[in-house]
Design a protein around this ligand. Structure first.
Ligand code: DC
Length: 233
């Protein structure tokens, strides 16, 4: 594939979509395949949620959360076994970052303009040569509007709930499918209806419905979109 670059000289593949659409897994696989950097932007919102608990900042204190977000000292370290460490300062908080509770808090604080503004700069700093695969809700619409490749991954709410349920069971977390479904519906509503950077495909995004597709099938389709888009430029 020709390594074509965008206006800032560094190509970005933006992968957005709702929870359970598979974007995290797909973004990881694509970044490894291309040998590019990865930005898991959801993890940054989750980290603000964890940092708020560590620093005892009230979850209604938007200015305080904005300051925390602006000063976030974060480092992602991939391990040889495929797992990942997420350092907040010197502490590995990966397991706290991935809990359902943290996801819920992240979704709430992600609606706060001061938190979003504070994380903007940090997210842009992930754009380094040879390229970036960025996964989130507003990568193509807000953070990297000039990304040459924008993909919006989606799947039916039922399928996303089933995937999330399986993932949680795999982690040994005992939760019912109806509870996961309700949670996904609530998160969708909050992420879609918020005033700032709501979850919505960028006008120039390619929409990929992954309902009924395996991870490998989605990865192949995404690789094909990336190859085609970069070759056309
Ligand atoms: O993708 P995730 O579940 O790790 O994201 C957690 C929450 O963070 C999600 O419910 C909404 C928010 N988020 C966001 O608002 N913008 C992003 N680019 C990524 C995540």
């Amino acid at each position: 594939m020709e390594d074509t670059v965008d206006d800032q000289g560094i190509a970005v593949v933006a992968i957005d979509g709702p929870g359970g659409s598979g974007k995290g897994t797909i973004a990881h696989r694509l970044a490894a395949y291309l040998g590019w950097h990865l930005l898991d932007s959801g993890a940054l919102y989750r980290l603000v949620a964890v940092a708020a608990q560590v620093s005892a900042v009230d979850l209604d204190d938007e200015a305080g959360l904005g300051r925390l977000a602006a000063g976030l000292e974060v480092r992602f370290v991939g391990k040889a076994d495929g797992t990942e460490q997420i350092f907040l300062g010197q502490t590995d908080v990966a397991s706290e970052v991935r809990t359902e509770e943290t996801g819920k808090i992240a979704s709430k604080i992600a609606a706060m303009p001061q938190v979003r503004a504070a994380l903007m700069e940090l997210q842009k700093r992930f754009r380094k040569p040879p390229g970036l695969v960025a996964d989130g809700r507003d990568m193509g619409s807000v953070v990297f509007p000039d990304a040459p490749v924008k993909i919006f991954l989606t799947a039916s709410p039922e399928e996303r709930a089933r995937r999330r349920h399986k993932q949680l069971k795999g982690k040994g977390i005992d939760v019912s499918l109806p509870a996961v479904s309700a949670d996904i519906a609530e998160r969708d509503r909050r992420d879609t209806e918020r005033a700032v950077a709501p979850l919505r495909p960028a006008p120039d995004a390619e929409i990929l419905d992954t309902t009924g597709l395996s991870i490998n099938e989605v990865v192949e389709q995404v690789k094909e979109i990336v190859a085609r888009t970069l070759a056309d430029r």
